[in-house]
Structures are given as C-alpha cells and as structure tokens.
Design a protein around this ligand. Structure first.
Ligand SMILES: Cc1ncc(COP(=O)(O)O)c(C=O)c1O
Length: 363
C-alpha cells in the first residue's frame, strides 16, 4: 500500500462476525437456514417495539435526539442511578471504543483475558494503547493473573461476566477479592452483555449495588436478552466524571432514533424479557442434555450460548454444518480447535442443530 498505516492498527485482526443467514442461503442455494452463531435472540423482540418503530418512521427526516432523555430516565429509574451516569452507544461496542479513546495515551496498557471479545483489543489498539492479554485458566477469567499484571502503565482492565465464548462467570466473592488488588486509578470495565441470562445467584452483578465503586464501568446491551441486535444500542453506567468524558468525545448522534425508541419500548415490556430469559434457559438445558447424550462435553454456561468440544477439527464440523443449513461458530481463532460455540434458537432450530450435528459426527 502506498499509504503508511498506523503501526498499532497494522497488527489488528479484523473482527469476524457470524456468517449472515442470507449469505449462506445464497451460497448454498437453500432457504430456511438456521443461524446460531452470534448469540442473538431467537424470540425476536417485544411487540411494543414494532408499534414504537412504526410510529416513529414518519419523523425519520429529523436527526436523532443527541441525548435520549426518556430512555436515560427509564434506565436511571430501573437501576436507581443518576441520568448523568448513563452513556448510550451504537451497541456496547461503541462504548468500548469510547473508553479506549477517552482514557488511553500511546503505550498505556489495558489488560484483558485471552481470548476475549475481539472489540476490546481492536479498540485499545485503535486508540494507540497496548493490550495485555492474560490467558484463561480452565476456561475462566484468570483474575489473579490479571491483578498481577497491573503495572504503572495500566489504565484499564476488561472483564466479561458471563464470559464470551466459554459462558463462565465471576462470583461475587472472587470479584470482591480481585477489585481489592486493583489500584484506585485503574478503570475496571465489567462487560455484562449476557448478565440477564444468569441463573446462579452467587454470580457478581455490578448493578446490584451500582456506582459503589467509582472504578467500575458497567457495560450492558439491548442486543441479547431484549433482542435488538440489529438496532444497535447498548449502554454504560459509570462514575459521572467518566461519563462526562465519554459524552464529550462520542459522535453527537451515535444512537439513531429507531434504536432509541426501540430500546425505550423494550425496557417497558418486562413480560417479553421474562419470556425471552425463560425460553433461553429451556433452550440451554435442551442443548446441554442432547449434547451430553451424544457423548460430547458442553461447558457449563450462564449465558444464551455454550461451548462444546466436538473432539475433532471443529472448523471441518462448522463447514459440514453449513452444508446442512446451520451456522454455528468454530473457535479455532480463539485457540479452541475442537470447540464449537452455539447459541440457543427456537426449539425447532435447536432440534435442527442437534440433528445436523449428529449427522456430521456420524452419531
Ligand atoms: C461480550 C460481549 N460484549 C459486547 C458485545 C457487543 O454487543 P453490542 O451488540 O451491544 O455491540 C458482545 C456481542 O456479541 C459480546 O459478546
């Protein structure tokens, strides 16, 4: 290339999204393909969202509200925090990037598990920071090692609870012991994209006692339990001084109007949320039980997805599953060569996945 690329950007591996359904259907000339690869919500979203979106369509010639007051008020009420502690983003991805850009100077370190949700590394490198990767221990976040790696250049640490892709969690006790070892001037980003699905009461939830610790930045999303992935909206709850910085550097219209009204409607439909969580639990239980019956080892999960050891080259299994119209995720790029990650779909989709996997593995 004739232009000299930024040295930190040069090392970035592009984010690999789950294969889109339409792409598979085109390539294989099939219809009704099943996608269980991006931890989306198979139930869709609240019917109230459709009504809100329809009502809003005719005003889409206007710019969005730069600060979505009504939505922030609803979130503030739900979590009993001030509206000025909430930052909305074009997905929680956006807030990850804002944190990196707002707080990292060139060479500053951000510690994260390895493997991790790729947007942490991409955002840190784009902001000219240095990601410090700490390998998992038994498929869980190695909090002791993360704490040991904190040094004078450390500005932030990322933890994900529940963890993607393994589904493991951090307990209240473990988080408390961990946070005591982190210096006062280090931001602790707690990414809770899947927290609504957690059933185990011993799991840490940063919004049980919001803003108690000014170092904690909680990241949440409407993409998973609320089913709004395509709208692109997530939020962060954080110390108001941190929120001020992110609001200073974000694009003024980073959350589009449709996303704002969809999230507002979704938040007000607790019945849909309950239904979505219940269906997810049923799906997870069904998948775990069927995979175990097949002699495979699904990892325990508190999320809407699970990792399963297929005991053979998982990329080959992934490709063979595509031929059967089922998209899952092979985890070779995460260092798990024999593992697939699959999320819950509708019951019918889950059955199709199990049937296809049995055929591919000759079970
Ligand atoms: C751990 C984790 N964090 C953040 C996100 C991003 O979510 P959003 O759709 O809000 O950008 C995802 C999406 O898959 C995720 O798995």
């Amino acid at each position: 290339m004739k232009f000299k690329i930024s040295a930190s950007v040069e090392t970035i591996k592009p984010y690999e999204a789950g294969k889109p359904l339409k792409e598979l259907e085109r390539e294989y000339n099939i219809t009704n393909a099943v996608k269980l690869a991006s931890n989306e919500n198979a139930l869709g979203f609240s019917p109230r969202v459709i009504a809100a979106v329809n009502e809003t369509l005719s005003s889409m010639n206007r710019y969005p509200e730069p600060v979505a007051h009504e939505l922030c008020k609803l979130l503030a009420k739900k979590f009993q925090v001030g509206v000025d502690t909430i930052v909305l983003g074009n997905g929680s991805d956006d807030i990850i990037a804002l944190l990196a850009h707002g707080f990292l100077n060139p060479g500053d370190e951000a510690i994260m598990p390895l493997p991790s949700f790729l947007m942490y590394e991409i955002s840190v490198k784009t902001a000219k920071g240095t990601p410090v990767m700490v390998p998992l221990r038994d498929y869980t976040t190695n909090l002791d090692e993360i704490a040991k790696r904190v040094g004078p250049r450390t500005k932030m640490v990322f933890v994900t609870n529940p963890f993607n892709p393994t589904g493991s969690t951090i307990s209240k006790d473990d988080f408390s012991a961990f946070s005591e070892k982190i210096p006062r001037d280090v931001i602790i980003v707690v990414d809770e994209a899947y927290i609504e699905f957690v059933r185990d009461e011993s799991v840490f939830n940063s919004l049980d006692d919001p803003l108690k610790d000014p170092r904690i930045v909680t990241l949440r999303t409407f993409s998973k339990a609320y089913g709004l992935a395509g709208f692109r909206i997530g939020y962060g709850i954080m110390d108001r001084e941190v929120a001020q910085i992110l609001n200073r550097i974000r694009q003024p219209f980073n959350v589009n109007t449709m996303a704002q009204v969809a999230a507002q409607a979704a938040l007000q439909d607790e019945d849909f949320l309950d239904k979505s969580i219940r269906a997810t639990h049923e799906g997870i239980d069904y998948l775990s039980s069927e995979l175990t019956k097949m002699g495979l080892n699904p990892l325990p999960t508190q999320s809407n997805f699970m990792m399963v050891d297929v005991k053979t080259d998982a990329t080959r299994v992934f490709t063979a599953m595509l031929g059967k119209g089922v998209i899952v995720r092979a985890l070779k790029s995460y260092g798990f060569d024999t593992f697939l990650r699959v999320n819950t779909g509708t019951h019918e989709e889950n059955q199709i996945f199990i049937k296809a996997l049995k055929q591919v593995l000759g079970k």
